[in-house]
Write a protein of this length. Structure first.
Length: 287
């Protein structure tokens, strides 16, 4: 007797969806990167998500300039630059101009897994080493000195900032209550505002440029939104001062030939020179 075979489909495994993607997970113990769902599922350009995932996978100190990213991706400078601007506007990417101990200004790039995740605006600090077990005969370890700005004292950078630029930034919250900046944020944004002031843009114009047309809801920290506007808004060239009016000089009269002595003299019309007119009137000629 032949064995009967059924043509019915195998019963689907319990719990699996009937459509869509089915994940086959592999537990990774090395060479992997953790990315938040908010970033991986971000609506918009796939190039932006790809650039964010690539930057997240790089170790600290890796170059992430447009030229360096273009060497890795097949997209050109326009798409890569647009992706960086979108990440910066969303608060994932931040470029800071910092002054080195030698006085040079350089740009450092910070990448945040979650925008606004840091409680303050200080750069990430390396973890402190665990203290060794204290022995009975060991002297107590000295207390580390507080980092500037942690104990309520103003950060050194704020003292070096342009006071007029800081005043413009701190007054923005009067226009928009959301634009509340910390001392570190105001000090970091002050150089860009100082450049606008030096270019001839007044405080009122700067306030309008920074507060007009803001979105109803910020997707990044207010300081990041202001930094983006300061960097992307072109400086307006102040109007040139009107040229001074030329000196009003009397018109040069043409030469005429005297009808009496045939001497040359300047006059608007032909006639007699001054000496001939004096002699005609009975006055002596000029010496």
């Amino acid at each position: 007797m032949d064995d009967s075979q059924s043509n019915a489909r195998l019963r689907a495994e319990a719990g699996l969806p009937t459509s869509g993607v089915i994940h086959v997970h592999t537990r990774l113990t090395a060479d992997f990167t953790v990315i938040s769902n908010a970033l991986a599922q971000r609506r918009g350009s796939a190039v932006t998500i790809g650039v964010a995932a690539y930057i997240s996978s790089l170790p600290d100190g890796s170059p992430v300039s447009i030229a360096a990213l273009c060497e890795h991706f097949s997209e050109g400078e326009i798409l890569i630059s647009r992706a960086l601007r979108e990440l910066e506007a969303a608060g994932h990417l931040e470029r800071r101009r910092e002054r080195t101990p030698t006085g040079q200004v350089r740009t450092r790039t910070y990448f945040y897994d979650v925008p606004g995740d840091t409680s303050d605006d200080e750069p990430p600090k390396p973890p402190r080493p665990r203290p060794a077990p204290r022995q009975e005969s060991a002297a107590p370890a000295p207390t580390p000195a507080p980092t500037p700005g942690e104990s309520g004292s103003p950060a050194p950078a704020l003292a070096d900032a342009n006071p007029e630029a800081v005043a413009v930034l701190t007054a923005l919250r009067r226009i928009d209550p959301r634009l509340v900046l910390s001392a570190q944020e105001a000090a970091r944004l002050a150089p860009a505002v100082a450049e606008w002031l030096a270019a001839g843009v007044g405080p009122r114009e700067i306030t309008e440029l920074l507060t007009t047309g803001l979105p109803d809801r910020f997707r990044a920290r207010p300081a990041s939104v202001l930094a983006f506007r300061l960097r992307e808004t072109p400086l307006s060239v102040p109007p040139r001062a009107p040229l001074p009016a030329p000196d009003e000089r009397p018109a040069v009269l043409p030469f005429q030939t005297c009808d009496g002595c045939e001497r040359a003299f300047r006059a608007p019309e032909p006639g007699h020179c001054g000496d001939c007119r004096r002699r005609a009137s009975g006055l002596p000629a000029a010496a």
